[in-house]
Ligand binder design. Structure first.
Ligand code: GAR
Length: 220
C-alpha cells in the first residue's frame, strides 16, 4: 500500500546553512538515527561533521555503528554518576573537548539538566516518536495506539528542562493502520525520523547564525 506521509517544513524550502555544523550525538540504544544523520552528511545533504557520539549504555549498538564509521564514541555510564547534573557536567566536558556546537539527542533516554542547557543554549535538539505535544514521555508509540489516533508521527524540538516540551522545529505525520502493532507502527515512524532529523538539523544550522557564536574560551 502506498501510504501518504506529510513532513513540515518543506525540505525544498530549507536554505543552505552558512557553514558546516559540528555535531555531538547523544544516543542510548540502536543508533539508526545516528546512522541516518551520518548518511545524510555523506550524501552532501547535511553540511555537518559528527565530532563525537556519547552513550550512557554499555550495550548500545550505536557504539558499533560509530566504530564502523571511525567516529569517536565515549561511554559515560549514568550509573557511575551521583546525580543527573554530574552526568551532564561530564557530557559537556566531552562535547567541548571535541569542539561540538550542536547537541543532537537521537534515542537519548535520560532527562537533561540546566548544566547541559546552559553550556549549549538553544543548541540541544531531541527527537520524539509522536506528534508533540501529544504522547510525551516513555512508550509514545504505545500511547498513540492505545488512544486510537489515526495519525501520529515524529517531532524534532529544541530541548528545555520540561520533558518533550521545547519549541518544535519539524514534524512528520504517519498514518496509523487498523492492523498496526507497536512494532509495525514504530518501524514506519522511524522511516520518517530518518528523513526528518537531518532536515531539522539542516534547518537549525541555517537559522543558527542568529545564535551566540561559540567562543574559543567556551571550548577550553
Ligand atoms: C527513536 O524512535 C526516537 O524517536 C526514540 O528512540 C528511538 C531511537 O531509535 N526516542 C525517544 O523515545 C526519546 N524520548 P534509534 O536508536 O534507532 O535512533
Amino acid at each position: 500500500m502506498n501510504l501518504p506521509s506529510l513532513l513540515w517544513p518543506n525540505p525544498d524550502a530549507i536554505p543552505a546553512p552558512p557553514q558546516p555544523g559540528i555535531l555531538g550525538i547523544l544516543a542510548s540504544g540502536n543508533g539508526s538515527n545516528f546512522e541516518a544523520i551520518a548518511q545524510a552528511i555523506e550524501a552532501g545533504e547535511l553540511p555537518a561533521h559528527i565530532a563525537v557520539v556519547i552513550t550512557n549504555n554499555p550495550e548500545a549498538y550505536v557504539r558499533q555503528r560509530a566504530q564502523r564509521r571511525g567516529i569517536p564514541c565515549v561511554l559515560l555510564n549514568h550509573r557511575e554518576y551521583p546525580s543527573r547534573e554530574a552526568l551532564d557536567a561530564a557530557i559537556v566536558q566531552v562535547l567541548q573537548q571535541h569542539q561540538v556546537e550542536w547537541v543532537i539527542m537521537a534515542g537519548w533516554m535520560r532527562l537533561v539538566t540546566q548544566v547541559l542547557l546552559s553550556a549549549y543554549p538553544e543548541r540541544v535538539l531531541n527527537l520524539h516518536p509522536s506528534l508533540l505535544p501529544s504522547f510525551k514521555g516513555l512508550r509514545a508509540v504505545e500511547q498513540a495506539l492505545a488512544c486510537g489516533v489515526k495519525i501520529t508521527g515524529c517531532t524534532v524540538h529544541r530541548v528545555t528542562l520540561e520533558m518533550d516540551s521545547g519549541p518544535i522545529v519539524a514534524q512528520a505525520a504517519v498514518p496509523v493502520l487498523p492492523e498496526d502493532t507497536v512494532e509495525s507502527l514504530h518501524r514506519r515512524i522511524q522511516v520518517q525520523e530518518h528523513r526528518l532529523y537531518p532536515l531539522a538539523i539542516r534547518l537549525c544550522l541555517a537559522e543558527g547564525s542568529r545564535l551566540p557564536k561559540f567562543s574559543e574560551k567556551r571550548h577550553n
